[in-house]
Design a protein around this ligand. Structure first.
Ligand code: UN1
Length: 493
């Protein structure tokens, strides 16, 4: 097994603790690589390095920072197949989706590179003469990026690219399930020309290295994607700093009685079982008009049973493994919960035989909106079918969960579509398309307990990683008093 190190200030280092952990191949359960168990003091070393290197990086003109990201996007493209194979092996998603993960990173790096020549903010008027007013974007400082395993290349790049173009230095703490993917991303950034210390990689647990990034006052922004529980802890312990939180989802696909059922079927299969249901945007609820429920259930179960489980790297696999044993156990626990709540198991409901962490695509029908399987994020290939009598009820049920990330409606009726667009409480709504498929140049994020209002991607990506400084330039040569000189009628000569 290969042993890897962390990257701090441009140097490969072990943890101060001397301890290591192992990243596994989820399709076999076998060890892949060992990494240092970075702790609080390692995170502090990385923060020191980032603080120092940040002084120079923030002075590099933004278009030049953008050029580094453009080179990075080209390197990602050159290494796309290698990275995709690494994702398929370390995280387990099937190879086509692994390539998509890398493509999303390429798209983001390329798109954000252009921000180097934008970073738009505002100029506006002044209430006084001979005075100029504007707001400019300035770097935040050291950013702590804490990333999940489900998009082990794309999500780190979603955060790294905008943080860097804005002139920040960063400490990346990736999930302990996918450190190899993160290391490869960081190596390519260095190759693209990011100076030593501007990007640091600390591996290890969230409760040690991750925690230090959250509580340390010298870290000025934390961007986190992961569970609601961890997000809540971060929100309560981060102190005064910028926070971007992307948390859970309990996304629904609504299918009306006028929908194209074949199209809806493709969308549900993709949303429920793609990435083995391990996306924050995965659909774990199908809210369907009672008139078409039985027909659709038959169609869905027929297809779900035929999906081939297998290692991500094997091109004939449709559904890969879950990330680890704990995930497998959690998903199965929800099957038991569903059965005990009285839902009807139509297919799946058990781990697949053999090695690795595979779970059979699982469909429950007869689910009611308050059941735990209809409320809680399972993060696995389990979908609950809830039957409703019309559009109003479908939207009410869609909104009856604590989360609000993605949503979708299948209908041919324009007024149903617009009711859904207007009333579904979610950061994303798709019409006649799956809950999955966000593109990098539009904002991505959710409402309610899914997030704290930050949006990744799009023109909003730079907001998380920059501060606005308001600037007034008075060229009148005298003291002009806002709110007083013009409005009191006593303008002094
Ligand atoms: C996530 O699951 O955390 O639309 C992100 C999608 C992807 C992003 C998912 N582009 O599903």
């Amino acid at each position: 097994m290969k042993k890897f190190k962390m990257l701090v200030g441009g140097k490969l280092v072990s943890s101060n603790s001397g301890k290591t952990f192992v990243s596994l191949n989820p399709a076999t359960g076998k060890p892949l690589a060992s990494f240092p168990s970075g702790n609080e003091s390692d995170a502090r070393r990385a923060i020191d390095a980032a603080e120092k290197a940040g002084e120079k990086w923030k002075k590099v003109p933004p278009p030049k920072r953008g050029m580094v990201l453009l080179r990075f996007s080209q390197l990602l493209r050159q290494h796309k197949e290698e990275l995709a194979r690494l994702i398929a092996t370390e995280m387990g998603k099937v190879i086509a989706e692994s390539r998509g993960d890398v493509q999303e990173a390429i798209d983001m790096a390329e798109y954000i590179a252009g921000e180097g020549r934008r970073l738009f903010s505002f100029t506006t008027t002044s209430e006084l003469g001979n005075k100029f007013a504007m707001a400019i974007r300035v770097p935040v400082g050291v950013c702590g990026l804490i990333t999940p395993w489900n998009f082990p290349v794309a999500i780190p790049v979603w955060k790294l690219a905008p943080a860097l173009v804005c002139g920040n230095s960063v400490v990346l703490k990736p999930s302990s399930d996918t450190p190899l993917c993160a290391l490869r991303v960081v190596q390519l950034l260095r190759e693209a020309g990011v100076p030593d210390g501007v990007v640091n990689l600390v591996t290890g647990s969230g409760s040690a290295a991750g925690k230090e990034l959250v509580v340390n006052e010298r870290v000025r922004a934390v961007s986190f994607t992961g569970s609601k529980e961890a997000g809540l802890w971060i929100a309560r312990n981060a102190g005064i700093k910028k926070l971007g939180l992307e948390l859970g989802g309990k996304n629904a696909v609504i299918i009306m009685d006028d929908a194209d059922l074949n199209l809806a079927l493709e969308g549900v299969l993709w949303a429920a079982f793609g990435t083995s249901g391990q996306r924050c945007t995965a659909a774990s609820r199908v809210i369907i008009h009672e008139k078409v429920e039985k027909k659709f259930e038959k169609m869905l179960v027929g297809k779900a049973k035929k999906l081939r489980l297998g290692a991500g790297a094997n091109p004939s696999s449709d559904v890969g493994p879950l990330i680890n044993r704990a995930a497998l156990e959690k998903v199965h626990r929800y099957t038991e919960i569903g059965l005990s709540e009285g839902a009807k198991l139509l297919c799946g409901g058990a781990p697949a035989k053999g090695r690795g962490f595979f779970y059979k695509p699982t469909v429950f029908s007869g689910v009611t909106p308050k059941m735990r399987i209809a409320q809680e994020e399972i993060f696995g290939p389990t979908v609950s079918i809830i039957s409703v009598s019309g559009i109003d009820e479908s939207i009410k049920v869609a909104n009856s969960v604590e989360y609000g990330l993605s949503s979708s409606i299948y209908t041919k009726n324009i007024s149903n579509a617009f009711k859904a667009i207007e009333r579904i409480e979610a950061g994303l709504t798709y019409v006649n398309s799956s809950t999955i498929g966000s593109e990098v140049h539009l904002p991505f994020g959710g409402v309610k307990h899914t997030g704290n209002g930050a949006r990744e991607g799009g023109w909003t990506a730079v907001e998380e990683f920059s501060e606005l400084k308001t600037v007034y330039v008075d060229y009148s040569g005298k003291l002009q008093k806002a709110q007083i000189d013009e409005f009191e009628g006593k303008k002094k000569k």
